[in-house]
Design a protein around this ligand. Structure first.
Ligand SMILES: [Zn+2]
Length: 151
């Protein structure tokens, strides 16, 4: 996976821009971690057809409802889905304390929060830890310049 995409993904998961859902890329506006990746690709100009099912409210991206379509995978620097399966690389494996696990399992099966998944994304792709907010000055991240001024 491309490092810049991984960082964008982690930051989106850490933000409050997306409501987390489980069991589908996007159902009724609630997305899984891979649905967030699809939305980021669209925002970045990738052409992904979307269609909302009147049956269960789930959104199809390309022809997929559970995993990102190949257009998103190419944008993210992931192997095409068919190739990934063939080479047994999985859909999108993330590093966890217990070993590598599919991102969709962390979201759906183990019910990890977006924040937890973001940490795994940072770990997997060698990204720096998420910036922490200053406990004293809301909206400032550490190292906080306001605290430095106060000192
Ligand atoms: Zn501060």
């Amino acid at each position: 996976m491309k490092t810049d995409v991984a960082l964008k993904w982690a930051e989106a998961l850490e933000s409050d821009r997306f409501k987390q859902g489980r069991g589908a890329l996007n159902r009724d506006g609630k997305v899984c971690c891979l649905g967030v990746l699809c939305e980021l690709a669209i925002q970045d100009g990738v052409e992904v057809s979307t269609r909302v099912s009147s049956y269960d409210g789930s959104t199809q991206y390309g022809n997929q409802t559970l995993v990102p379509p190949d257009s998103v995978r190419v944008w993210a620097g992931l192997p095409l889905y068919a190739l990934a399966k063939e080479e047994d690389k999985g859909c999108l494996l993330l590093q966890t304390p217990e070993g590598k696990e599919e991102a969709f399992n962390l979201n759906d099966l183990y019910e990890w929060s977006f924040g937890q998944i973001a940490s795994a994304v940072r770990e997997t792709f060698g990204l720096p830890p998420a910036p922490r907010n200053c406990p004293i000055h809301p909206g400032e991240i550490e190292p906080c310049y306001k605290c430095n001024v106060a000192n």
